[in-house]
Design a binder for this molecule. Structure first.
Ligand code: ZN
Length: 384
């Protein structure tokens, strides 16, 4: 599998930048801005961002003012948890201690809207999940909500995890990267107390910013699992009723990080809605779990939807590249996966051809086929 850099999402970078922005295109409820003189592929932004805007309005309520979306060509170099500078390279990743390489694909600014303090969403990507995450921040900013940072980031991660199907964003909520990372490097009570107290405007390290996202997600995901609602006020209220926030965060985090949690969550692979099944399958390879792999392979044998089949197959292959599997399990995987790669017709012919390339590459074991390139063309099925 290609080396994957997990996008890192940051609430409130204070950027020293004199970029000037020009209005490029108005959509319903949001407007696309570009850096003066830079080209932008408006249709890509429409395809990626519009479903995110619609999803956040449907889940949280309508925006009252136009949301500004800025197409960024430069990358962001984080200097601390909430400070960064724009750099030339949009693909640059930086190493964060104990976390690994991370990249800032997008951020939201609560500026005053003046020429050197623009407010809104800034994106180096047109990925819908990333846009959902940032619109959640935009929504809270418009309402003047000052929520605990862990909650806002956790809630944004919850809604930003999912899949795009037929132009609609289907949230899922199980974010695989923090699940695995926090199991590998558990947080102490001291960490919890510190992270729960971080506010958006406080000075904090890039590492703590990442951990605030991770911790926030584990807690909000557990609240969501327990109460079955995406009503954020309801979820936050329940958390606040607990007498000891550190103990409550620990209890909920451990619940989310349990072995059984993703296995129970993946009952969604049997949901009647193919959008729900697709959103459940996408990104599961990041759990690096042989048990999850068995569930994915099992699901392929009964799955009929082409996009869900492709997603199950690619995530099973990616899991196999990261996890030690028993011979029998691997044999079963090939019996399930090879027919998917060989026969599945996807709506996009380029994606179908990428499946065929993978089929030939795995079938022949030859390096003459560009398996990495094929996986990149199938990114919407596994990247999360
Ligand atoms: Zn965020």
């Amino acid at each position: 599998m290609p080396r994957i850099v997990r996008p890192l999402l940051v609430l409130c970078l204070l950027l020293a930048s004199c970029t000037s922005w020009e209005r490029r295109q108005e959509f319903e409820g949001w407007t696309l801005y570009v850096q003066s003189g830079e080209p932008v592929e408006v249709d890509l932004y429409r395809a990626g961002v519009q479903p995110a805007f619609e999803a956040v309005e449907a889940l949280l309520g309508p925006f009252e003012r136009e949301v500004r979306v800025h197409a960024l060509h430069s990358g962001v170099d984080m200097q601390s948890g909430n400070r960064g500078v724009l750099t030339g390279d949009g693909a640059a990743a930086e190493e964060i201690e104990g976390i690994g390489p991370a990249r800032v694909p997008a951020y939201h600014l609560r500026g005053d809207g003046g020429p050197f303090s623009p407010s809104g969403v800034f994106m180096t990507t047109t990925d819908t999940g990333t846009a959902v995450h940032e619109f959640v921040h935009a929504y809270f900013a418009e309402r003047g909500e000052r929520l605990p940072l862990w909650f806002e980031e956790g809630f944004a991660m919850l809604l930003g995890d999912g899949a795009l199907r037929d132009g609609r964003w289907q949230p899922d909520g199980l974010s695989a990267w923090p699940w695995r990372k926090l199991r590998e490097e558990p947080l102490s009570d001291e960490d919890l107390a510190r992270l729960l107290a971080v506010r958006a405007g406080d000075d904090h390290s890039a590492r703590d910013n990442v951990l605030v996202h991770f911790l926030g997600w584990t807690v909000v995901f557990d609240l969501y699992r327990e109460y079955g609602t995406l009503d954020w006020q309801h979820l936050l209220e329940h958390f606040r009723q607990a007498p000891d926030p550190v103990a409550e965060a620990r209890r909920r985090m451990e619940h989310t990080l349990a072995d059984a949690t993703p296995l129970e969550w993946l009952a969604r692979l049997q949901d009647p809605s193919p959008a729900v099944r697709l959103a459940a399958a996408r990104g599961t390879w990041k759990l690096h779990s042989a048990e999850v792999h068995a569930l994915l392979v099992q699901a392929i044998f009964t799955e009929e939807d082409p996009e869900v089949r492709a997603s199950l197959a690619v995530n099973a292959l990616a899991t196999a590249s990261q996890t030690r599997l028993r011979r029998r399990q691997e044999g079963r995987m090939w019996r399930a996966v090879l027919p998917v790669l060989r026969d599945t017709q996807l709506p996009d012919p380029d994606e179908s051809s990428a499946l065929r390339t993978l089929y030939r590459a795995y079938r022949s074991g030859s390096r003459n086929y560009d398996a990495q390139g094929a996986l990149a063309r199938l990114h919407r099925f596994w990247e999360e």
